[in-house]
Ligand binder design. Structure first.
Ligand code: ARG
Length: 298
């Protein structure tokens, strides 16, 4: 059964009835060895070709890695490939989940850009080695699907928030919801700087999300407001220049975030979250920060 949520009105009820899904315990990252900006596929990369400081990028990546480990996540690292400079953004190549029977499964992405298509098989190989059940979407009917860049689990629930408009086709969610029996709330993105859902939508726990409202259509915004009790709203500077909504809260308590987003930082501190700042300045040049530099799985 296809279960797409496209309108506000029913979401509270759906969230009350949907199955629980445990929080992930594993973090998957890709070595930044070959990370660079070699082409432009999002507005943040503009003017940054060849400008990555590799040594600094390595230090920043290691700090992010160590911070996830300190929050209690188990670390997994995939080796980088020299011809795939964006492979370091490990949120994008797949969407892992735990099935109702408790099996580890994964849906592989169909990358939007030719530059990134070659990344997916390396992830698939890794998942197979780890014993995941690997699924592919129908390439004939779906143009693109960029994994957890656009498809984000509601913390603790078997329900997806699915962004579309730039990197992921709406039809991907029809297929995901019907084949895997997962309700998907689809959110239309309408601001090119916020080309992935994870650039403007950051769930912290079951009740709380940080968003950049102007990245969404009215209808999508209404659904977000219905799905979360507490909404932390970022302003343009913190969202667009500091990528604050690309933070990550792996345990429902600790928010790992690029430094300087003090307005959202204060709101989160007041609400009881522990803020850990991790400088991702080199990765911002490519349009990514903490959330995109890792994938959480089980
Ligand atoms: N340069 C990469 C791209 O445009 C950055 C990806 C960042 N990932 C993310 N989940 N937002 O594809």
């Amino acid at each position: 059964m296809t279960h797409l949520v496209v309108q506000p009105g029913s979401l509270k009820k759906i969230l009350n009835h949907v199955d629980p899904m445990e929080l992930p315990t594993e973090v998957l990252m890709v070595e930044p060895t070959y990370f660079s900006v070699d082409y432009v596929i999002n507005p943040h990369m503009e003017g940054n070709i060849g400008k990555v400081d590799k040594k600094l990028a390595r230090q920043q990546w290691e700090f992010v890695r160590d911070t996830f480990v300190e929050t209690g996540m188990n670390l997994n690292v995939i080796e980088a490939q020299s011809d795939l400079p964006d492979m370091v953004f490990s949120a994008n190549q797949s969407l892992p989940f735990v099935s109702k029977r408790g099996n580890r499964e994964v849906i592989m992405s169909i990358m939007n850009s030719e530059h990134r298509k070659g990344e997916v098989p390396y992830f698939e190989q890794w998942y197979r080695q780890k014993g995941f059940l690997v699924h592919h979407l129908d390439h004939r009917t779906i143009e693109s699907f960029e994994g957890m860049g656009d498809a984000i689990w509601h913390p603790g629930k078997r329900l997806l928030w699915g962004g579309y408009g730039y990197r992921t086709s709406k039809s991907a969610y029809e297929q995901i919801s019907s084949r895997f029996n997962i309700p998907v709330v689809i959110l239309e993105l309408n601001h090119p700087s916020f080309y992935h859902l994870d650039t403007c939508f950051c769930p912290l726990d079951e009740d709380t999300v940080m968003i950049y409202p102007d990245a969404f259509t009215e209808n999508s915004l209404k659904m977000i407001r219905e799905g979360f009790k507490n909404i932390i709203e970022a302003d343009q500077n913190e969202a667009e220049n500091l990528f604050c909504c690309n933070a990550c809260c792996p345990d429902g308590k600790t928010v790992i975030i690029h430094p300087g987003a003090d307005k959202v930082g204060d709101q989160m501190s007041k609400a009881g979250y522990k803020i850990v700042e991790a400088d991702t300045g080199e990765f911002l040049k490519s349009g990514g920060s903490v959330f995109c530099m890792k994938l959480l799985h089980w």
